[in-house]
Design a protein. Structure first.
Length: 269
């Protein structure tokens, strides 16, 4: 595996014939969505929820999640898209920001749960491990697009990046940290933990699993932001994605304190 990463030169297109073009990025995004559906379907059976409702919810969350992810990504590189507005719609080239997907997905989930009189927190707990697994798979699309890689490295698992895809300050380097791989592995571990908790955690207040997902993923991003080289706006001297991760973690920690404050108070007594 290490030798493969170090020597293989990934390309974004699998197949092209006339106007028909098949991109690796799309394949991995779709594969991640399907894997996530499989996870949610299994958990729906565990909690005895109607599978038709899960499919309806999944459709809207995927649709608006992709829109939210694209909007957030465009915001992160607004100067470029102002000059190339038509490329806003070229999602096969990459550019789906997970923070935008999370925000949009939670909004859709809240609306759907309210309309269908379902437990928002239970549904969110079910979706959390599916999202982590989908991210783990989808990140491989970034590898084939040669995007969202890290700083130069001499480590044996460093990945080659073509000259045209390197940041200007790193043009003389050939190998870079495979941040896509780091995040993929960490997301698989996050998925395994969250999925395990569905079968082992005994709590009367659903919501802990999704809040742990937000904290865990925020920690993953905070670690990776220190080596990522993709250009994002700076706010208060920090990368915008770093601030997003900090904000998500803070909200999740605050929500845990709020939802479980009575339990914590009883334990202290």
């Amino acid at each position: 595996m290490i030798e493969f990463l170090h020597t293989f030169n990934p390309q974004p297109i699998i197949f092209q014939y006339g106007l028909v073009t098949l991109h690796w990025y799309g394949i991995f995004v779709v594969s991640g969505i399907l894997a996530g559906f499989k996870v949610v379907s299994r958990l729906a059976k565990k909690y005895q929820l109607a599978i038709d409702q899960i499919y309806d919810l999944g459709f809207y969350m995927i649709l608006f999640g992709l829109v939210g992810a694209r909007i957030f990504s465009v915001f992160l590189d607004l100067s470029y898209y102002r000059q190339h507005p038509l490329e806003i719609f070229a999602i096969w080239q990459g550019g789906l920001a997970i923070h935008g997907a999370i925000i949009a997905g939670l909004m859709v989930l809240g609306f759907y749960a309210y309309r269908q009189a379902l437990d928002f927190w239970r549904l969110a707990d079910m979706i959390a491990p599916a999202l982590a697994l989908g991210q783990a798979i989808g990140r491989w699309g970034n590898y084939f697009n040669q995007e969202i890689f890290g700083t130069p490295t001499n480590l044996p698992w460093g990945i080659p990046i073509e000259f045209k895809n390197r940041p200007i300050e790193y043009l003389s380097y050939d190998y870079f940290h495979p941040t896509f791989l780091y995040e993929s592995i960490l997301n698989i571990l996050n998925f395994a933990l969250l999925f395990f908790l569905h079968y082992r955690l005994k709590n009367k207040k659903p919501g802990l699993i999704v809040l742990l997902y937000l904290i865990n993923y925020s920690l993953i991003r905070l670690a990776l932001e220190t080596v990522r080289t993709d250009a994002v706006p700076l706010l208060l001297g920090l990368r915008a994605t770093t601030i997003s991760a900090l904000a998500l973690a803070a909200v999740a920690i605050g929500m845990i304190g709020w939802r479980y404050r009575s339990s914590l108070t009883l334990k202290r007594r």
